[in-house]
Design a protein around this ligand. Structure first.
Ligand SMILES: Nc1nc(=O)c2c([nH]1)NC[C@@H]1CN(c3ccc(C(=O)N[C@@H](CCC(=O)O)C(=O)O)cc3)C=[N+]21
Length: 294
């Protein structure tokens, strides 16, 4: 049986470390870190993620700035908002919740975020630096950073290991692959056009599942003892729940937990750590700025 990595517990430990540092900053500079969260439209999933982020900020003493824009907002007006946040000295991190409505050019919006405040790590220049040897982005993207943090806090080393990332999205699969490569893994990316994905995944010491396909990865696909990190958060109908749905990962937990050495659950695995890494990035951004200005 696999060791189940308790992301919620690890997240809690790191959050109390962050809260301590926030107190220290506030004593030293009389200022607390500030995170601006921009949300456009009223997608239910986005609203619930954003609510979690705002609550987590509040719990840790990070000031949260809430920008709620209507679905119909123009490209120009979103960018105007971003520019205002760039100029606001109390804001150390800016997050624009994705996905944006179809009429908005996502790349252009993300490019306008000041590099020093890009706590999501989605600015093309930060991603470019992540891709290059010997260079470091100012911020690492939260979900990939969460995956690596869960591995390291579970005592799993990456150097020289075979890692397979399932999925190649801009926000998870691709940056997770780059981060594993930087950590000296041998990395393979499996995606929708890969032939025979099972046989590739079966060679992996470390699997990061970020395909957005509920329970796609089966027990027979996993090398015994492998570490399996499940990034999927798929809502599937469940009439027995008050909400009418429940969350399942990209991994078939019941099967894979019998074969793997380590596994992260959904919920309670990568999700809470993603939010925590956002808070950590915000703290680091604030520290950098406050130290520079003092
Ligand atoms: N600019 C931007 N940055 C993001 O980081 C970003 C985004 N856009 N768009 C959407 C995705 C998704 N995402 C999650 C965050 C927390 C949980 C999380 O904490 N999940 C809980 C479950 C929460 C529940 O029960 O609903 C868990 O897995 O235990 C999940 C998913 C961040 N994203």
């Amino acid at each position: 049986m696999a060791t189940v990595i308790d992301g919620k517990a690890v997240a809690q430990t790191i959050r109390s470390e962050i809260a301590d540092e926030v107190r220290r900053l506030s004593e030293k500079y009389g200022k607390v870190p500030g995170l601006a969260v921009v949300i456009v439209g009223n997608r239910k999933d986005s609203q619930s993620y954003v609510a979690m982020k705002r609550k987590a900020c509040c719990d840790l003493g990070i000031k949260s700035f809430d920008i709620d824009l209507t679905e119909q907002v123009s490209q120009v007006d979103i960018i105007k908002q971003v520019h205002e946040l760039n100029a606001n000295p109390d804001v150390h991190g800016i997050l624009v919740q994705l996905p944006l409505p179809k009429h908005i050019n996502e790349e252009q919006v993300l490019t306008e975020i000041s590099l020093e405040k890009d706590v999501d790590g989605f600015h093309p220049l930060n991603i470019g630096k992540l891709a290059m040897k010997g260079r470091e982005p100012l911020f690492l993207p939260c979900t990939p950073k969460a995956c690596l943090e869960l591995l390291s806090r579970s005592g799993i080393s990456i150097k020289g290991k075979k890692a397979v990332v399932v999925g190649r999205s801009n926000i998870v699969g691709l940056p997770a692959s780059l981060l594993l490569l930087k950590a000296d893994a041998t990395v393979t990316i499996v995606h929708s056009h890969t032939s025979d994905p099972e046989s590739i995944i079966r060679q992996a010491d470390i699997v990061i599942a970020a395909a957005g396909q509920p329970k796609m990865i089966k027990g027979s696909w996993i090398k015994p003892g492998a570490a399996v990190i499940d990034v999927g958060t798929n809502a599937i109908d469940d009439p027995s729940k008050k909400s009418g749905y429940r969350l399942v990962g990209d991994v078939d937990f019941e099967e894979v937990s019998k074969v793997a050495g380590w596994i992260t659950p959904v919920p309670g695995g990568v999700g809470p750590m993603t939010v925590t890494m956002l808070l950590k990035n915000t703290l680091e951004g604030a520290k950098r700025t406050l130290e520079q200005n003092s």
